[in-house]
Structure formats: C-alpha cells, structure tokens
Design a protein around this ligand. Structure first.
Ligand code: SF4
Length: 278
C-alpha cells in the first residue's frame, strides 16, 4: 500500500554487507533504510536519525538502488565466502516499495550463486512473489515471519501499516512443501499485549493450524528510541498497559521467567517446538 505522504528516495549505498554481532549471524544486509510498516515499537527507528531523517518512522524509505551491484563486487573480493547473512534486521525487505524496486530480489539473485546461509525476516506476504527464487536455496534459507499479536485491535494500534498477521502466517505456510527452513519469530513479546492469556493461546493455536513447526521467541528491548515512541503512545492511549510496560522495565528477569513458563506450557500443549533468545 503506497501512502501519498511517504517520502521515497533513491540512494547509492557505499556498503551493503555488514559484519554483525547478532548471535548465529555473521553479516547483515538491509536493502532499504526506513520501513513503511512503521510499527510503533520498532527498535530500528534509530536508523532514521542515523541517516539524517527528521520524518516520522514509517513515513520515509531510502532505496539502495545499487545494492545488488555492490554486493556482487564485495563478494568477489572476499576470500571466504561462507557464513550466515541476516536480511531484514533494520527494515522489512518485503515492505510495499519492494514491489516497485525489487532490491531484495536482486540481492537474493546474487546470493543464490554463493554458499552463504540466509536468514530473512519479514511481515509481508509479498515474499510469495519470490517463492521460486527462495525455494531454490533449499535448506540454507531460513525464512521467518514476525508476529507480536494476532488480534485485530492491538494489531491496528501497534502495527497500523503492516499486513494482517494471518496473511503473514499463510504466506509462510506456503513454504511448508519446500526445503526452506521456516519459523515464526514471536517478537517482540510486548508486555500488556502479546502476553495476555487469550492472545498467547490464540497465537500458538493458529501457528499450529498453519502447520508451521518452529517458533523463536524474543523479548522486547527498551532502547531509548523505543521508550520515546512507544511508551509515550501507551501512556496516552493505554495507561494500564503503560503500567505493565513499566513493571517489565523494573523487573525484567521475573517477568521473563514467568512468561517463559507460560509459553513452554503452550508449546507442549500444541506440540510446537519453541526456542527463546532469552
Ligand atoms: S516491519 Fe520490522 S522493521 Fe519494519 S517497522 Fe515493523 S518492526 Fe520495524
């Protein structure tokens, strides 16, 4: 969905393949700067300031039009062409602008000719446009869709411009018949939203119904930009949930222990293998 107030700019990136400290990953690639999905809890919103944007997060995208070209050159210069590349750490590689520019597709076409393992995260069923390309990587491609909630009302508040989470799961399930490793990235786990009894059960039941066999759960990080954007909106619109967030901030360890116990019970109930990053 294009928004007429969306500021889209074509840029020439100087580098595209970055070393990363993300556990299990060696490199990261962000095909875009900014993200049209504009989730209000997005930790990547710091990218705006870093690249000189003053606009609201979710209202601008810089398109790295030369991404595939500089990636090919960089790979040619590498001595060891091995490791895992995370795509979509600070942007959604299948946000709407991908339909026009196909930067992610061009990057994947370059990577298909290498032995790198790929881990790609998205919130968009647009990933299905590259179904055959992604499937051709086989089991060295790990495809995840992220969800934090499934119910429509919290979704509208938290991720107003992102595709319906059910459509994300449906898209992921299309890959069940391929060798691609699929998983649901239950992230971030948002206090007061994702952790509600009914919501947790709904999430696990629905993932099971789609025949998806792996869930990875990540906690919410309370970086200063998240606190500024998200906590402030919560304080105004959902004071009780704001309280939950503040309690989490005060006593993360106890909160995470308790929620982990609840999630482990659900993963047993629905025979759904579940891992945690915490
Ligand atoms: S889809 Fe991901 S990168 Fe984009 S705004 Fe939402 S959380 Fe941030």
């Amino acid at each position: 969905m294009y928004n007429s107030r969306m500021k889209i700019r074509e840029i020439k990136a100087k580098t595209i393949l970055h070393r990363t400290k993300i556990p299990g990953m060696d490199f990261s690639i962000n095909p875009y700067i900014g993200c049209q999905h504009g989730c209000i809890y997005c930790y990547a919103s710091y990218m705006g300031e870093r690249f000189g944007h003053r606009e609201r997060w979710g209202s601008f995208v810089d398109v790295k039009v030369n991404a595939a070209e500089i990636l090919r050159k960089r790979i040619e210069r590498m001595r060891k062409r091995q490791g895992t590349i995370a795509i979509g750490v600070s942007t959604d590689p299948y946000q709407p602008v991908e339909r026009k520019y196909r930067i992610t597709r061009a990057i994947l076409e370059v990577l298909r000719e290498t032995d790198f393992r790929i881990s790609l995260l998205t919130k968009s069923p647009l990933v299905l446009d590259d179904f055959h390309l992604i499937s051709s990587f086989g089991s060295r491609f790990h495809l995840g869709v992220s969800i934090s909630v499934l119910s429509p009302e919290p979704k509208r508040f938290l991720e107003p411009a992102a595709p319906d989470p059910i459509l994300r799961l449906k898209a992921l399930a299309e890959f069940n018949s391929t060798q691609v490793e699929t998983f649901v990235f239950f992230s971030p786990l948002i206090p007061g939203f994702s952790d509600q009894e009914g919501e947790l059960e709904l999430i696990f039941r629905t993932i099971r119904e789609f025949g998806i066999n792996r869930v990875l759960v990540d906690r919410m990080s309370l970086y200063s930009n998240v606190m500024r954007n998200f906590a402030e909106k919560l304080r105004r619109f959902y004071p009780r949930k704001y309280k939950s967030l503040m309690e989490y901030r005060k006593n993360k360890r106890a909160y995470l222990r308790e929620i982990k116990g609840k999630i482990i019970s659900l993963s047993r109930k629905f025979t759904l293998p579940t891992e945690f990053t915490f």
